[in-house]
Design a protein around this ligand. Structure first.
Ligand code: FCB
Length: 453
C-alpha cells in the first residue's frame, strides 16, 4: 500500500518519559516527580528521574531519528523546566534546552512538533489547587505564550494538551496517575472545564506570540469504536458509540472535542452531568473553541460494535485468545480507519495520528539485536487501516509511539514501546528490527516491506 506523497512520517516522545535530568539546570518538580515518590504508586518504585537521559543525549537521539529517514519528531516541553514554580520567573536554562533541541532537529531536516503539556504539571501549581484553581487556564496561557515567543520562529506545529481523558481520568478520578486524586464528579468536571479553557487560551496565546504563523492543534485520545461488519447498521452503531457520552468517566470523545471544536457540550453529557457541571458562559464556550488547524489523536486499541435490536449500539466482545500486546491491549487495526473517519466527519479537521504503537517484551538477543516481529506486524496492520483514510485525504500523518523505550507512567520501565531499545542501566540505545522497518516505510511511503532477518 502506497501512502500519499505528502504523508508525514514521525516518531513521538514526551518530556517526563524520556528526559531524565529531573533537577538539572533549575528544573522544578512536577506532579509526576511527587507521584513517583509515593510508595506503591508506580510499579517497582520506578521514577523518571533518569529515564533515557534524553536531556543530555538528545543529539544522539536526533541522529537516530535522522538516520531512520523520519521527517517529524513530536516531543513535549516540561512546564517546570521553563517555569520551575509554574508561573513567575522564566528559567532560561530550561527553555534553552528546547531551543537547542529544535535547532538540532531542524539541522537534521526533521520538523519539530511540540506539545506544551504532556501530564507533568508543575508541583508548585498543584499545591495551589492545580486544575481546580480558577486561575489554572491563565497559568497555562502564560506558559504557552512564553514558549511560543521563544520557539515560535522555528517550531511550525504546536499541540496544546495531550490526552485530557487520561490525565483527568487516571490522575483526577481513579488516582492511578499523578497527582493521584479521586475527585467527586463535580470537582472532576470543574477541573475538566478548566483544562478546556486552558486549551483554548493556549491556542490563542501560541498564535499571538509566535513570531510567524504556525499550525495549532491538540493530541487527544478517547474511544476508538469501530463497526463489527461493514453493514450500514453496524457502522451507524459504531458512530453512535464513538460520539456518545454514556458513563460518569472521562473517556469519551465528544465531552472534550465538541466544546473544543464545535463550541458546545454534547446534549447527552449535559443530561448525564446535570447538577454537577460548572456554570459556563457563552464567552467561556468561545474561549474553549479557538480555530484549530489539525486534530491530533492518539490511538492504540478500540472496541467493536454492532447495531442492537432496539437501535442501540451493542458491544461485540473480542473472541477468547484474540491477539493482544504486552500491556494486554487488544490488537484492533480497524479502529484507526474508523476513528479518523468519525473524527473528520464531525469536526472537519485534517487528522494526524499523534501516537500509535505497542508494548512488547523486547530484549537484546545473543547477537546484539532486538527482533521485534510483533511490533512490525502490528504497525503494518494499523498503518494499512490508516492508509484507507489517508487515501481519502482525511489523515495527513502518523507518529509512532515511541522513538525510545521509556518511563511508561504507572508501569515504570516494564512496558517497552520504543523503536529503539534502551538499556536502563547503561542507557545504550539499540535500534530494533522495527526501526529498520519503519525507516523503509518512512523513506518509501509504502508499508509493503516485510521483516528481513
Ligand atoms: C499514551 C500516552 C503516552 C504513552 C502511551 C503508551 O496514553 O500519551 O505518553 O504513555 O500512552
Amino acid at each position: 500500500m502506497q501512502f500519499p506523497r505528502d504523508f508525514l512520517w514521525g516518531v513521538a516522545s514526551s518530556a517526563y518519559q524520556v528526559e531524565g535530568a529531573a533537577t538539572a539546570d533549575g528544573r522544578g518538580p512536577s506532579v509526576w516527580d511527587t507521584f513517583c515518590k509515593t510508595p506503591g504508586a508506580v510499579r517497582d518504585g520506578h521514577t523518571g528521574e533518569a529515564a533515557c537521559d534524553h536531556y543530555h543525549r538528545f543529539r544522539e537521539d536526533v541522529k537516530l531519528i535522522a538516520d531512520m529517514g523520519v521527517k517529524a519528531y513530536r516531543f513535549s516541553v516540561s512546564w517546570s523546566r521553563v517555569f520551575p514554580g509554574g508561573d513567575g520567573a522564566i528559567n532560561d536554562k530550561g527553555l534553552s534546552f528546547y531551543s537547542r533541541l529544535v535547532d538540532t532537529l531542524l539541522d537534521a531536516g526533521i520538523q519539530p512538533w511540540l506539545t506544551l503539556f504532556h501530564w507533568d504539571y508543575p508541583q508548585a501549581l498543584q499545591d495551589r489547587g492545580g486544575w481546580l484553581n480558577a486561575s489554572s487556564p491563565q497559568w497555562f496561557a502564560a506558559y504557552s505564550a512564553a514558549v511560543a515567543r521563544a520557539l515560535g520562529d522555528r517550531v511550525g506545529h504546536w499541540m496544546t494538551i495531550n490526552e485530557p481523558q487520561i490525565f483527568i481520568g487516571h490522575g483526577h478520578r481513579d488516582g492511578t496517575h499523578a497527582p493521584g486524586l479521586k475527585l467527586s464528579t463535580a470537582d472532576r468536571l470543574k477541573a475538566s472545564c478548566n483544562v478546556l479553557l486552558a486549551h483554548g487560551l493556549s491556542a490563542a496565546a501560541i498564535r499571538e506570540h509566535a513570531p510567524r504563523p504556525v499550525q495549532v492543534g491538540w493530541a487527544v485520545c478517547g474511544r476508538a469504536d469501530y463497526p463489527a461488519t461493514n453493514s450500514p447498521q453496524d457502522i451507524e452503531a459504531a458512530r453512535l458509540a464513538f460520539n456518545s457520552v454514556t458513563a460518569d468517566d472521562a473517556w469519551s470523545n465528544t465531552f472534550w472535542a465538541d466544546p473544543a471544536c464545535l463550541g458546545r457540550f454534547p446534549a447527552d453529557a449535559l443530561a448525564l452531568f446535570e447538577g454537577s457541571m460548572p456554570v459556563l458562559t457563552d464567552a467561556d464556550l468561545r474561549t474553549m473553541s479557538p480555530p484549530l488547524d489539525f486534530y491530533g489523536v492518539n490511538i492504540y486499541s478500540g472496541s467493536r460494535w454492532k447495531m442492537g435490536p432496539e437501535g442501540k449500539p451493542q458491544l461485540v466482545p473480542q473472541r477468547p485468545g484474540h491477539p493482544q500486546t504486552a500491556f494486554g491491549w487488544p490488537v484492533t487495526p480497524e479502529c484507526m480507519e474508523w476513528a479518523i473517519r468519525f473524527l473528520h466527519e464531525r469536526y472537519k479537521l485534517p487528522v494526524y495520528i499523534t501516537e500509535n504503537g505497542l508494548a512488547c517484551t523486547d530484549w537484546v538477543d545473543l547477537n546484539g539485536r532486538v527482533i521485534d516481529a510483533q511490533r512490525i506486524d502490528f504497525t503494518r496492520r494499523y498503518l494499512a487501516s490508516v492508509g484507507k483514510a489517508a487515501a481519502d485525504g482525511l489523515c495527513k500523518g502518523y507518529f509512532h509511539w515511541s522513538i525510545l523505550d521509556n518511563f511508561e507512567w504507572a508501569e515504570g520501565y516494564r512496558m517497552r514501546f520504543g523503536l529503539v531499545h534502551v538499556d536502563f542501566d547503561t542507557l545504550v540505545r539499540t535500534p530494533k528490527a522495527s526501526a529498520a522497518w519503519y525507516s523503509k516505510v518512512a523513506r518509501s511511503g509504502s508499508i509493503d516491506h516485510s521483516l528481513t532477518l
